[in-house]
Write a protein that binds this ligand. Structure first.
Ligand code: ADP
Length: 150
């Protein structure tokens, strides 16, 4: 027996659970698509958040379910409004990298009161989206802690 307490063992485990082991495939849309098409995309891809990129595939925004609902309340023609007028835009996007710890991502989701984060890679042009972490991925990591699968 190592003599380490349960709390220390749990802390050690949390320090070994990385984004790269739990990330999902991101769903990205171009900034020029309409709010209407973004709604269709969200249903077809079965995700709660879409990441918005420019024509160079650089991250420029985030679209949540409520962003799309809010835009739908008004009397505007949804097929003529581009998503880049309603999205949350850079530099106000909370991101992570695949080397980050899941516990740190979980803290960001709570601090910012958001459901998901893009996993990004920095390039000369900006940030490229390579994955996504949602509350579901956090829940999977939490369950894996009980199964000692790490
Ligand atoms: P919902 O709005 O459907 O409840 P969220 O809680 O994830 O979903 O989003 C709340 C707000 O925060 C939205 O306006 C959304 O654009 C924005 N948002 C979501 N994810 C991020 C993120 N990673 N970085 C910055 N803003 C975000």
């Amino acid at each position: 027996y190592s003599g380490r307490s349960g709390t220390q063992l749990l802390t050690d485990s949390l320090n070994h659970i990385f984004v790269k082991d739990y990330q999902s495939i991101p769903v990205v849309v171009n900034e020029s698509i309409s709010v209407y098409d973004a709604i269709v995309m969200m249903f077809l891809e079965d995700v709660g958040t879409l990441f918005v990129v420019d024509k160079q595939s650089v991250l420029v925004g985030v679209l949540s379910r409520k962003d799309l609902l809010r835009a739908s309340i008004g009397k505007q023609e949804l097929s003529s409004i581009p998503v880049n007028v309603i999205m949350t835009r850079m530099p106000n996007i909370t991101m992570c990298t695949k080397e980050d710890l899941m516990i740190d991502v979980a803290k960001k989701l709570i601090d910012k009161q958001i459901d998901s984060l893009p996993v990004v890679k920095e390039t000369e042009k900006g940030y490229e989206v390579i994955g996504r972490i949602t509350k579901t991925n956090i829940t999977k990591a939490f369950v894996a802690l009980a199964d000692e699968k790490f």
